[in-house]
Design a protein. Structure first.
Length: 146
């Protein structure tokens, strides 16, 4: 699977990344997560998606590759890429380049939420910000007394 640029059907826009992430946070009045740095060859934990939260990635520096449901997308500084709820918002960020990448990930932080990690078969329930991981294969019937 080759690397492509993100779709142009309104899923991506270009902004001027601010020099101070806090300035963007104050303007948007959105709960921003910390900015993340990816050294060459590194990646975000696992491919995942949320059922109760939408997320958005803002590229502050470098050219990250974002793996999504439809393949890999090479981004550039100033790119903004939303991750909708559900499998269509699945993503993993990695740095295939030779310079450090910095991104900011914005989340609506639905609580409670459920996150899926399809490659490991794990599901996380998120209650009051705490992640509890389970294996989907351990599913049991919900009927009658234990």
């Amino acid at each position: 699977m080759g690397v492509t640029t993100p779709p142009t059907s309104g899923m991506r826009c270009r902004i001027r990344a601010p020099s101070a992430p806090g300035a963007l946070c104050a303007q948007a009045r959105t709960p921003w997560s910390p900015d993340l740095e990816f050294h060459p060859g590194s990646s975000q934990f696992l491919y995942n998606f949320h059922h109760g939260s939408e997320e958005m990635l803002v590229v502050l520096r470098g050219q990250p590759t974002v793996r999504m449901l439809d393949g890999d997308h090479l981004l550039a500084e100033g790119d903004v890429l939303p991750f909708p709820r559900g499998p269509e918002g699945g993503h993993q960020v990695r740095n295939d380049g030779d310079t450090t990448v910095r991104v900011l990930i914005v989340s609506a932080h639905g609580d409670p939420d459920v996150a899926e990690y399809p490659e490991t078969g794990k599901v996380a329930t998120i209650l009051d910000g705490e992640h509890r991981f389970h294996r989907a294969a351990d599913e049991i019937e919900h009927a009658g007394p234990e």
